[in-house]
Design a protein around this ligand. Structure first.
Ligand code: ZN
Length: 287
């Protein structure tokens, strides 16, 4: 199944994207795709509901905005430098164990919402990533069992303010957490939809110039390992996101001069089987 949420920001309703390309509303079954939904075998119930109601469920216009495909989760865990050639372009050694950092959960937005260049930012940058969505609470899970705790996968753009991340001292969270810095979707694909999550092309362009074009094959630490590893340090809750890192081609790595986003730029990205996103960059305005 491909789970979507649609409607205005903060008021999204749950739905599904069907194989036919049609969108349907699923709010008869659940109010949202949140922790409670996943915790209570929501995916299994949704599949049953779909079998019975696919033909008659209310259709949703494809002109209506898509939100992030899950409700705001307890945490967004990100993996740093998980592609060997991205570590190289960043001028740092390949990590011996996964680097973990957080993004604020308030940066989640829909796949085609504008990205707002934050107030006083000069170095807003992009990162196409495969995001894992956790389906069941777990801690200290083994690598062997880790995939049992996955609800599915989604496309994520881990926007990053490089000055705040790297030049303002300490942990990376300051550069990762601005509003609109985590477009997710267009849909959450359940595990059965993605046969080889570690063999997917992923790409990103700015103003139609391709900057990132790689494969999840190039990840240093794989999906099971990342889930197991992260769960040694914290309890993972249903709906939590683990974003698996970005391949080379971020603006910071461009030689001789780094490239950063400016208002009016158009960012497009995609992952094989997980759809595409498009964000127009806007300047911050006081509201
Ligand atoms: Zn990242």
């Amino acid at each position: 199944m491909k789970l979507i949420r649609y409607g205005d920001y903060g008021q999204e309703k749950p739905g599904l994207l069907l194989k036919s390309g049609e969108r349907i509303d699923t709010s008869e079954l659940t109010t949202d795709y949140d922790e409670t939904f996943f915790e209570n075998n929501g995916l299994e119930q949704l599949q049953k509901w779909l079998t019975q109601n696919e033909a008659t469920a209310p259709r949703v216009s494809d002109t209506i905005r898509l939100g992030a495909p899950i409700a705001r989760p307890s945490k967004i865990v990100c993996i740093g430098l998980n592609y060997a050639d991205h570590a190289e372009e960043s001028g740092v050694p390949i990590p011996e164990e996964p680097i973990l950092f957080f993004k604020s959960t308030t940066c989640l937005v829909g796949p085609n919402d504008p990205v707002v260049i934050p107030k006083n930012s000069q170095k807003t940058d992009w990162e196409v990533e495969l995001a894992i969505i956790i389906g069941k609470r777990t801690s200290y899970v083994s690598r062997e069992d880790a995939l049992d705790y996955v609800a599915g996968y989604a496309l994520h753009n881990d926007y990053s303010e490089r000055e705040w991340q790297l030049e303002r001292g300490g942990q990376w969270v300051k550069g990762k957490s601005a509003d609109t810095f985590a477009p997710l979707g267009p849909f959450l694909a359940t595990r059965d939809e993605i046969a080889e999550p570690e063999d997917l092309r992923l790409w990103l362009s700015v103003n139609d110039q391709m900057y990132q074009d790689s494969s999840t094959k190039q990840m240093i630490f794989g999906i099971s390992e990342l889930i197991s590893y992260t769960s040694q340090f914290m309890t993972l809750l249903p709906g939590d996101i683990i974003s698996t890192g970005t391949p080379p081609g971020v603006g910071l790595g461009i030689k001789p001069d780094p490239v950063f986003l400016r208002a009016g730029n158009t960012v497009r990205l995609g992952i094989e089987g997980l759809g595409e996103q498009c964000q127009k960059a806007e300047s911050f305005t006081e509201s």
